[in-house]
Design a protein around this ligand. Structure first.
Ligand code: NAD
Length: 276
């Protein structure tokens, strides 16, 4: 199927988010910003009404009824917390049919478990997205289950690519992806806040400090992605002999900056393996 036909097909599909929380809303808003899905083709569910206003503001439908949302949709994003997912699978399994492509975004819940809890031969996938999907700068991977068809993968790849970077992966890597990219925005937010604190300490206004810190990380990220140069090459390029930057790098190395980041990814990855 050609790309245009696939996109047309996706634009006619109905999507449900079972679990209308932060990740679901980030993805729904990203899809609408990308124009890949119609707002009135998106339904999200939750037991409380907390998310209802923000979803209805962007034209999506909201219901408390998980089964009804599944019955009326083609692609179902399972976006509840991992420990809630087993109960939700039990609840919706009776209405899952061949029509449905079931896509779990839950950390740490294996494909085999999802497939066992749903009717035989259900089309199931795992996706690990992150919240920058909301500004279409997400970083996601998807892992097809045993019964998905080639077109299912193409659909999910097309949808996720509209939210930023996306690639197919295998299940053995998904916890590491969770530790690096799923949880990664929080490391970057903390880094931006800490850099801004540094600016404030040295006399800059808070607002300017946050802007400079965020734009500096954005610019550095774009340089890595657009020049194709290794990050350490780019770092070397801005460290003049005896200059300010190499003094700062020495401070970072003395404080164990790299070790901390490696530990952070490892910690989140190991947690993903035990969270469900
Ligand atoms: P969240 O708490 O913001 O959202 C969960 C939503 O599920 C809430 O709206 C809650 O009301 C709803 N819910 C609870 N019980 C329900 C039920 N029985 N039926 C339907 N809805 C129910 O959590 P989140 O951060 O959006 O995370 C959701 C999933 O996304 C998790 O499995 C997490 O592993 C995954 N994920 C999150 C991120 C992230 O950065 N937040 C990144 C990658 C993956």
């Amino acid at each position: 199927m050609g790309d245009i036909t696939l996109k047309e097909k996706i634009s006619e599909m109905s999507l449900a988010f079972v679990g209308a929380g932060k990740m679901a809303q980030a993805m729904a808003k990203g899809f609408l910003a990308a124009g890949v899905v119609k707002a009135d083709h998106i339904t999200a569910t939750a037991p409380s009404c907390r998310s209802q206003p923000s979803l209805e503001d962007i034209g999506c439908q909201f219901t408390h009824n998980n089964k009804e949302a599944v019955e009326n949709s083609d692609i179902i994003f399972l976006s509840v917390k991992p420990h809630i997912l087993p109960g939700v699978l039990q609840e919706i399994a009776p209405v899952v049919t061949k029509r449905h492509l079931m896509v779990s975004v839950a950390a740490g819940v294996p494909l085999q478990f999802l497939e066992e809890k749903l009717p035989p031969k259900s089309r199931v996938m795992r996706v690990m997205p992150n919240t920058p999907c909301v500004v279409r700068q997400g970083a996601s991977v998807y892992v097809p289950g045993s019964h998905v068809e080639k077109e299912d993968s193409e659909i999910i790849k097309s949808l996720l690519s509209s939210l930023g970077y996306c690639s197919e992966s295998n299940e053995g890597m998904i916890s590491a992806v969770t530790g690096l990219a799923g949880s990664g925005p929080a490391y970057a937010f903390t880094a931006i806040d800490a850099l801004a604190d540094g600016g404030v300490k040295m006399g800059l206004p808070r607002e300017l400090s946050i802007k400079l810190a965020a734009q500096t990380l954005l610019g550095a990220s774009k340089m890595v992605l657009e020049t194709g140069k290794h990050p350490m090459q780019l770092k070397d390029d801005v460290c003049s002999p005896g200059g300010t930057t190499i003094y700062a790098i020495h401070k970072l190395e003395s404080g164990g900056f790299r070790n901390l980041l490696i530990d952070a990814v490892e910690g989140a990855c190991l947690r993903a393996d035990t969270i469900a």
